[in-house]
Each structure stands twice: as C-alpha cells, then as structure tokens.
Design a binder for this molecule. Sequence first.
Ligand SMILES: *[C@@H]1O[C@H](CO)[C@@H](O)[C@H](O)[C@H]1NC(C)=O
Ligand SMILES: *[C@@H]1O[C@H](CO)[C@@H](O)[C@H](O)[C@H]1NC(C)=O
Ligand SMILES: *[C@@H]1O[C@H](CO)[C@@H](O)[C@H](O)[C@H]1NC(C)=O
Ligand SMILES: *[C@@H]1O[C@H](CO)[C@@H](O)[C@H](O)[C@H]1NC(C)=O
Ligand SMILES: *[C@@H]1O[C@H](CO)[C@@H](O)[C@H](O)[C@H]1NC(C)=O
Ligand SMILES: *[C@@H]1O[C@H](CO)[C@@H](O)[C@H](O)[C@H]1NC(C)=O
Ligand SMILES: *[C@@H]1O[C@H](CO)[C@@H](O)[C@H](O)[C@H]1NC(C)=O
Length: 424
Amino acid sequence: MASTSSSHSFTTCVLFLFFLYLSCFFNNLDAKHSITNTHKHKHQHNHNHIHNSPLNPRLYRAFLALQAWKHVIYSDPKNITSNWVGPSVCNYTGIYCAPSLDDPKITVVAGIDLNHADIAGFLPDELAFLCDLSLLHLNSNRFCGIIPKTFSNLTHLYELDLSNNRFVGPFPSVVLSLPSLTYLDLRYNEFEGPLPPELFNKAFDAFFLNNNRFTSSIPRNLGKSKASVMVFANNKFGGCLPESIVNFANTLEELLLINTSISGCLPQQVGFLYKLRVLDVSFNNIVGPIPYSLAGLSHLEQLNLGHNMMSGIVPVGICELPNLVNFTFSYNFFCEEEGICKNLTSKKIAFDDRRNCLPEKALQRSEKECSAKLEHPVDCFELCCVEGGLGNNVSAGSMAIPPSATAPAAMPLSAAPLVAPSHP
Ligand SMILES: *[C@@H]1O[C@H](CO)[C@@H](O)[C@H](O)[C@H]1NC(C)=O
Ligand SMILES: *[C@@H]1O[C@H](CO)[C@@H](O)[C@H](O)[C@H]1NC(C)=O
Ligand SMILES: *[C@@H]1O[C@H](CO)[C@@H](O)[C@H](O)[C@H]1NC(C)=O
Ligand SMILES: *[C@@H]1O[C@H](CO)[C@@H](O)[C@H](O)[C@H]1NC(C)=O
Ligand SMILES: *[C@@H]1O[C@H](CO)[C@@H](O)[C@H](O)[C@H]1NC(C)=O
Ligand SMILES: *[C@@H]1O[C@H](CO)[C@@H](O)[C@H](O)[C@H]1NC(C)=O
Ligand SMILES: *[C@@H]1O[C@H](CO)[C@@H](O)[C@H](O)[C@H]1NC(C)=O
C-alpha cells in the first residue's frame, strides 16, 4: 500500500517535471500561437489565426492530457498511440477534433474513439483537461482502475462507452454529475456494490450495466427516467422488480433483467410499460403467475420468462399480441396453456415451452416435481415489493411458502388473473 502510494507520488512528481519541461518548451516554441493568443483572442474577435495555429490553449491542454494518458498506457499491441507525439493532437489516431461549441473559430478535441484498441493502462486525472469532449468510446480495451473524479469537468460529455474493460470500484457516481450525458455504457467491467438511486432520475436515453458485479436491489422508488433501453443482465441485484418501474412507461422499449437474482412476483406494472418491444427476465428466481397486464403490451416482440419458478396459466392475451415473434417460457412450472397458446406454431411465433408442467406437451418436468410445486402456492401480495410493505428484500430461500402461511387472498394457481392485488 505504502509503496504503491510512494511510487505513485514519485510518478506524479516525474510527470509534473515532465510537464513543466514540456510547457516551457512549448511556451517558447509556440508562445506566439498559444498562450498569448488567448489574450489576443479575447480582445480581437475577428482575428481567426488561432484556428490555423497548431495549438490553441484548449488543444494545448488536450496535448497535456493525452501525453499524461500515454504515460500510463502499459500495453498497446496495435500501436494505436505510437503517433501520439508532438503537438498536432488532431492528427493522433483515435482523436477527433471539431470546432468548439462555444466558439466555432476554435478547434478542440471533441471525440476520442479507441474502440477495440486492446490497450492496457488506466485513466489519469488529467483527462479532465479535455473539457470539450463530447464522445469517449473505449469499448474493448484493458483499461483498469477507477473512473477519475475529475471527470466531473467533462461537462459536454454526451456519450460515454467504457464497456468491456477492467474498471473496478463502486458505481462511478461522477457520471451522474455530467449534465450532457445521454448514453452510458458500463457493461462488461467489474464495477461492484449498489446502484445509486439517482441513476434512475437522469435523462439518459440508454444505460447498459450488464455483466458487472452490482449488488443490492434495484432501488424501490425509481424516479421518472427517460431511458428507452435498460440492460441490467448478469449482475447480482436480488430483490424484486419494483412497481415503480411504471415510471419508465413513456420511454422504455427494452428491459433486460437476465440473470440478476431477481425474486418475488412480476408486478403487474410491467404490463403498463406500453412501449416495450423486448422484455427478458430469464434466469432469475421469479415466482407466481404471468400478470394479465402483459397482454396490453401491443408492441412486444420478444418475451422471455424462461428459467424462473413461475406457475399458473399462460394467458391467451399474451399469445395474441400482434407483434410477438418469440415467446420463451421454458424451465418454469406453468401448468396450462390457454387457447392459441397451445399452438404458437400456427401463429408463426417462435416459442419454447419445455420443462414446465404442461400435461399435453413433450419434454416437461416430472409429475413429482410439478406436484411438489403445486403444494406450495405463491402469494404475490405476501412476497412482493409493496410500497411501504415487506420491502424488496426477498431471498431466494423464502420461495417455498408453506401452505399455512398463505393468506386468504392467495388464489389457486390455475386462477391466475391477479388483476389488482388489492388485499382485503
Ligand atoms: C508495433 O511496434 C513495434 C515496435 O515498433 C513492432 O515491433 C510491432 O510489430 C508493431 N505492431 C503492429 C501491430 O504494428
Ligand atoms: C496533420 O495532418 C494533416 C492532414 O492529414 C497534414 O497536412 C499535417 O501535415 C499533419 N501535421 C503533422 C504535424 O503531422
Ligand atoms: C477543467 O477544465 C477547465 C477548462 O474548462 C480547466 O481550466 C481546468 O484545469 C480543468 N480542471 C481540472 C481539474 O482538470
Ligand atoms: C449469471 O451471472 C453470474 C454472475 O453474476 C455468472 O457467473 C453466471 O454464469 C451467469 N449465469 C448465466 C446462466 O448466464
Ligand atoms: C427466441 O428467444 C430465445 C431467448 O432469447 C432465443 O434463445 C431463441 O434463439 C429465439 N428464437 C428465435 C427463433 O429467434
Ligand atoms: C397447430 O397449427 C398448425 C397450423 O395451423 C397445424 O398444422 C397443427 O396441426 C397444429 N398443431 C396442433 C398440435 O394442434
Ligand atoms: C436482506 O435480508 C437479510 C436477512 O433478513 C439481511 O441480512 C440483508 O442485509 C438484507 N439485505 C438488504 C439489501 O437489505
């Protein structure tokens, strides 16, 4: 620990001297073009020779940032950064310049695209000098460590793609302070711990959090989000899908909760997400019936409920959805398919109904498995995340509720229409 920090401060010191040296060098070399021009520029707006100079002050700061970054790149097998030398940052591979948003006469670094570069290293604090950056795409590299707090300076950042790297630490809350951020992709990293509730109040179009180590439940009071795509798959959230998911109704088109340790019943509010095209809750511990409300999802194309512990009937309203092309509900305990659900082939819907308790179908569970499940009906009201109720901390172990514990409201499994689970 101590040696790490002392070597770190040594590095910082060396870096500092290096920059001091560089800045003296460039001040001497380019003084007329860069630093002094800031002042000239302020006073002579019609002069645009700054545009032609190799280093306006913002490009100069970008130069410092990129050199600091290059310094902490330890492996670059495709030699992407080998031309990151000298002051012409706009010629560096992966660096994109554009006129500044606040002054079109000034060229600034507006985008960085190092997707699939396979670079190993980390992100230095100095990246904060790139305060004109709109796009940062680092998909499929080997960057590690944490996202620097100084990223809060990147107030124009619009798209941040850090996917498929080796970033660690808690959810990088600094991204929540970026006013322009619209697209956030953190998938395939090693972020861990809970998601901050504020994440769901941001005006992001899309966020991808899948394949990390996020834990704890999805916050129960989800704010009004503007997201159209939310991918949570392959994390260890646990808890229920909260009813407040309905707050996403006006925008949400894809909800992917695959393998997120979600338990409890599906709230009927999922059926109010009227724009949904893709709903995938497979590989969880979800129990109880399919909410009838799902029959209202007229845009739904893909529905995957597979690999859960759901039971009851497969309602005809879902099989009749006009846009459904793929309905997977294998590896559950459904015991009846209503109407046309028996023959989805006739509707040209791809389906998978294996490993349920469907008496007329092949490849089902054994009678023993099915009757064991039927002996323990599920009471969604008791189980689920009712606002102010039991909360969303339902552990997988509490699934098999003994019959004596089921309240009078518990319906027989085959009478699944739990429209509004209003408790008497
Ligand atoms: C990168 O540069 C090194 C050293 O200059 C060279 O040996 C290697 O072949 C280069 N790799 C690629 C992919 O160009
Ligand atoms: C940068 O690229 C431009 C256009 O390709 C070229 O004209 C210019 O000489 C390059 N500058 C340097 C310093 O390499
Ligand atoms: C943030 O950006 C400004 C320019 O907008 C720059 O002067 C400042 O040094 C940056 N702050 C940090 C912490 O890098
Ligand atoms: C589910 O996610 C865990 C990590 O949280 C992973 O180890 C496991 O392989 C995933 N299971 C499936 C079926 O994808
Ligand atoms: C239907 O969806 C399942 C689960 O996502 C997938 O495995 C399967 O390949 C899909 N079938 C077709 C025909 O697209
Ligand atoms: C399902 O429907 C198709 C076409 O309508 C028909 O050919 C097939 O016999 C039906 N299968 C069953 C099991 O009823
Ligand atoms: C969930 O409940 C268990 C046992 O009741 C407790 O140990 C755990 O800390 C709870 N988890 C959360 C996230 O509240």
